[in-house]
Design a protein around this ligand. Structure first.
Ligand SMILES: Nc1ncnc2c1ncn2[C@@H]1O[C@H](COP(=O)(O)OP(=O)(O)O)[C@@H](O)[C@H]1O
Ligand SMILES: [Mg+2]
Length: 255
């Protein structure tokens, strides 16, 4: 089943009289219950595409479909039933959380707002998710600045998955983490995919990480998807010159 689709999606930025074609005519099709890697170097348009799909940015042109529904022109109000179903986790967890509130307060709030569980159960529910990510429940009483980047990123994951989303965009979420935590997070996403049929768009510049996690892959370059297919095909039989270059640049990392 097709979960997410875009048609000729475009987003240009105008900076000092220059046009930056961040997303330049992107057609993608994401099937439910699979993990897709979106691979490309810094500046290729990956984050912009992710934000367009979730309607955190308005496209200049093109269309976005979620579960077959054209959400391109949906207002905030109309997006409400979709909001819980589609979540995005960003590279920098310090921008995800408000610095002036405790972590627990911020996670409980979204779980209550979306009525994921009964209000008397919220704390237990979140503590359970914290355990899965090997986070001590005491962290819920701390402020963002009191945590390491790795702990805070795992809290951001707890907050996103606490809403039991159907579609999750992870934007370079493991790039700044230790390898052991990277592996743990990748394994967790695979479990969520298998147990809850979660669909994931995993954005990364690292084709080695993509190989570890993804079923399918799309390679992005200068605002365009230049190649897509199974992760094996992309890694072992790349067709596009740019994909080959990406692979050569990480040959030191075994994939
Ligand atoms: N808000 C913005 N204003 C101007 N330019 C932007 C903005 N966001 C992104 N860009 C530019 O668009 C291009 C793609 O950016 P981005 O989507 O962040 O790429 P990636 O996530 O692949 O690194 C880059 O050249 C970036 O500088
Ligand atoms: Mg980015």
């Amino acid at each position: 089943m097709e979960k997410v689709k875009t048609k000729n999606l475009k987003k240009y930025f105008y900076v000092w009289g220059k046009v930056i074609k961040a997303v330049d005519g992107v057609d993608i099709s994401i099937n439910g219950g699979e993990i897709y890697a979106l691979i490309g170097e810094s500046g290729s348009g990956k984050s912009t595409l992710g934000k367009l799909i979730l309607k955190l940015l308005e496209p200049d042109e093109g269309e976005i479909f979620f579960d077959g529904v054209n959400i391109t022109n949906f207002t905030k109000e109309m997006m409400r039933p979709f909001r819980r179903k589609m979540q995005m986790i960003f590279q920098d967890p310090y921008t995800t959380f408000n610095p002036i509130y405790k972590i627990g307060t911020q996670i409980f709030e979204v779980v209550k707002f979306h009525k994921v569980v009964e209000s008397s159960m919220v704390e237990d529910y979140v503590v359970q998710l914290m355990r899965i990510l090997t986070l001590h429940p005491d962290i819920l009483r701390k402020y963002p600045f009191q945590l390491s980047g790795g702990q805070l990123q795992r809290c951001a994951i707890v907050r996103a998955i606490s809403l039991q989303p159907e579609f999750l965009i992870c934007d370079e979420i493991v790039s700044a983490l230790d390898v052991s935590i990277q592996v743990q997070i990748i394994e967790l996403l695979k479990v969520l995919k298998n147990e809850f049929n979660l669909t994931v768009l995993f954005i990364t510049h690292d084709i080695g990480v993509a190989k570890r996690i993804a079923d399918k892959a799309m390679v992005m370059w200068a605002g365009k998807i230049v190649e897509s297919g199974s992760i094996e095909k992309i890694c072992y039989e790349p067709e596009h010159e740019y994909t080959k270059k990406l692979i050569n640049s990480v040959l030191s990392i075994k994939i």
